[in-house]
Ligand binder design. Structure first.
Ligand code: GLP
Length: 241
């Protein structure tokens, strides 16, 4: 795993945006895997700034998001559909039909999971997957104990994950209990992966990721089985290393 140490959140965001832009320059038809959460917001801000200033085009890019809550409307401001529009899609020239997010309101969730994996495969797979990491080591919404062989699936969110995400909702009760997420195996199928981590809250997870056992109890440790992963982490996130 390549580790890029940066001073702070802003530098992490700039470096991540640089890697994404390089990928688009290399291939204007790039398939990007995208993440939500607080961590990638700054990266998206940098991409928007670049789009405004340098006119990088996303007309031929396809995006695939990692996950979505189950049972909230896509128009709900807390859905990942809304997050992606507000933080990126509404500010760049990507056609809506080229942005893909699992449908947490599908009538048959098992079929939705199969559809999502098949679609990614049919579109040629993901060239570069952006990832954040949960304090318990989750990636996407793959909580500890998720089989490394998992594809897109339904998960019950860990209490710690619901609590961590409650800051976006009016109360903990409003945080959905379940989500759809690309599985560990779907994530590892990406040709390249960029994992972002900022802040002391992530220090334990980053230590475990780099030096702990490769174990399903630590979902992010699966990334050590992939040959093209770049971790961009700030000093605080690397504090325990
Ligand atoms: C959320 C998301 C993950 C994200 C993680 C960390 O639950 N499903 O994709 O990486 O938690 O979030 P944050 O970046 O806000 O710390």
């Amino acid at each position: 795993m390549r580790v890029i140490e940066v001073d702070n959140y802003d530098e992490m965001s700039e470096k991540a945006a640089e890697l994404i832009l390089e990928k688009i320059k290399e291939n204007k038809h790039a398939n990007l895997g995208l993440a939500t959460g607080g961590t990638p917001v700054g990266t998206y801000r940098c991409l928007i700034k670049d789009h405004t200033e340098n006119k990088t085009s996303y007309k031929n890019v396809q995006t695939f998001n990692l996950d979505e809550y189950i049972g909230i409307d896509p128009d709900n401001p807390n859905s990942y559909h809304s997050y992606m529009k507000a933080n990126l899609f509404d500010h760049i020239d990507i056609p809506a039909a080229q942005t893909h997010i699992p449908n947490g309101n599908a009538e048959d969730l098992a079929i939705e999971c199969l559809r999502y994996d098949k679609m990614i495969e049919e579109k040629g797979g993901i060239d570069l997957q952006l990832l954040g990491i949960g304090t318990n080591g989750h990636i996407g919404f793959n909580e500890p104990g998720t089989p490394f062989a998992s594809h897109t699936h339904v998960v019950e969110l860990a209490q710690s994950t619901r609590e961590a995400n409650a800051r976006y909702f009016n109360s903990l009760d409003e945080v959905p209990t379940h989500a759809l997420t690309m599985g560990i195996s779907s994530i590892l199928a990406s040709k390249g992966i960029v994992l972002l981590a900022s802040g002391e809250m992530k220090a334990d997870a980053i230590y475990e990721l780099l030096y702990g056992k490769i174990d399903e109890e630590m979902p992010a440790s699966a990334l050590r089985k992939h040959s093209n992963v770049t971790l961009i982490a700030d000093k605080d996130a690397l504090k325990k290393v």
